[in-house]
Design a binder for this molecule. Structure first.
Ligand SMILES: [Zn+2]
Length: 334
């Protein structure tokens, strides 16, 4: 592995690697202590969409120092920095929020992904603490929709010592996604990841999926889940990358998950991002979904856009991100 790739990988893995032996304290104690000491508690954001109630929680954030070549690998650095500066990003750093949706119905409490967990440092893994601060218990989670099996979406399903975090939950994952990761040799031939990055990613994902597999329920993108969630395939980021729409009383929100990781990729979808397992298909899917959301004036949620990741896709000469305006810090009525 060359030095640049090694640095990038260590950043993605978290800068403060902690051995599993040091992370063996009980789950609640560990999470609550971290929350208090590091000030990671934040209020939840409650959203009322017609007669559906959902929440957005933070699982923390990821930092990408020197974003190229992960971002925009073929774009000249001067052009890239020019676009960064137009977005008031004067340092060569991009942060990604980790925004997690929880949907509460009469019968179910559904988590959409589980964040990163504490496997790669303390800038992530805030989700459980924030859920508990909002009055939910980890035992009350009935279902978890896994949009795709990257570490920042499934890491929070198990602790560092392998304990299952949400013991009463069923895990719903697209068959295409599950089969890809659990195959003997997942195909990364259209990815720009290094051999080491690929293997690290596969090893971690297999570890988590093997731990939870008894309670996995497979679906196909296009299925309507929980009488509430219209799923849709958005392949490219991963083969079974699933986005979805929830609707009520004529209103809807589309959770586009990891179709774009930054407002910069909305304005420049063709730049591409090396997180996409099929780099070119990722660009195609991103462009198509941007146009659909723009044409339909679709309210969008994103896993990684700045907190809380809610807004619209607009267009002048290029697409751009328009965060929604809201005036009450803890509750939005859509
Ligand atoms: Zn992600």
């Amino acid at each position: 592995m060359n030095r640049r790739k090694a640095i990038k990988l260590s950043i993605l893995a978290g800068s403060t690697m902690v051995s599993p032996a040091l992370m063996s304290s009980t789950l609640n104690h560990n999470v609550m202590k971290k929350g208090k000491e590091n000030g990671t508690k934040c209020e939840n954001l409650k959203i009322n969409l017609g007669n559906i109630c959902f929440y957005i929680f933070s699982d923390g954030y990821l930092t990408l120092n020197k974003p190229q070549p992960t971002f925009a690998p073929a774009i000249p650095p001067a052009q890239f920095m020019d676009e960064m500066e137009k977005s008031h990003l004067t340092k060569n750093i991009i942060n990604f929020a980790i925004n997690i949706m929880l949907i509460k119905t009469q019968e179910k409490t559904i988590l959409i992904d589980a964040g990163m967990g504490n496997h790669f440092g303390d800038k992530q893994g805030w989700l459980l603490n924030n859920i508990e601060n909002a009055g939910f218990s980890r035992n009350s989670i009935t279902d978890i929709l896994i949009t795709h099996a990257h570490r920042d979406h499934i890491g929070g399903l198990i602790t560092n010592d392998g304990t299952i975090v949400y013991p009463n939950a069923k895990y719903h994952i697209a068959k295409e996604e599950y089969d890809f990761w659990m195959s003997d040799n997942p195909d990364f031939s259209k990815s720009k990841l290094t051999f080491e990055q690929k293997n690290t990613t596969i090893d971690f994902t297999k570890k988590v999926l093997n731990r939870i597999k008894e309670k996995i329920v497979l679906f196909h993108p296009g299925d309507f889940l929980f009488s509430l969630v219209q799923t849709e395939l958005a392949a490219g980021h991963t083969p079974g990358h699933t986005i979805f729409t929830i609707s009520s009383e004529g209103k809807s929100i589309k959770n586009v998950v990891d179709v774009f990781h930054s407002p910069l990729l909305i304005s420049n979808p063709e730049w591409g991002i090396e997180f996409d397992i099929d780099f070119e298909q990722g660009i195609h899917t991103r462009t198509q979904i941007l146009e659909d959301c723009y044409i339909n004036k679709q309210l969008v949620m994103s896993s990684h856009l700045p907190w809380p990741g809610l807004g619209y896709i607009d267009k002048r000469d290029k697409y751009y991100w328009s965060p929604i305006y809201y005036y009450t810090p803890t509750e939005i009525n859509l």
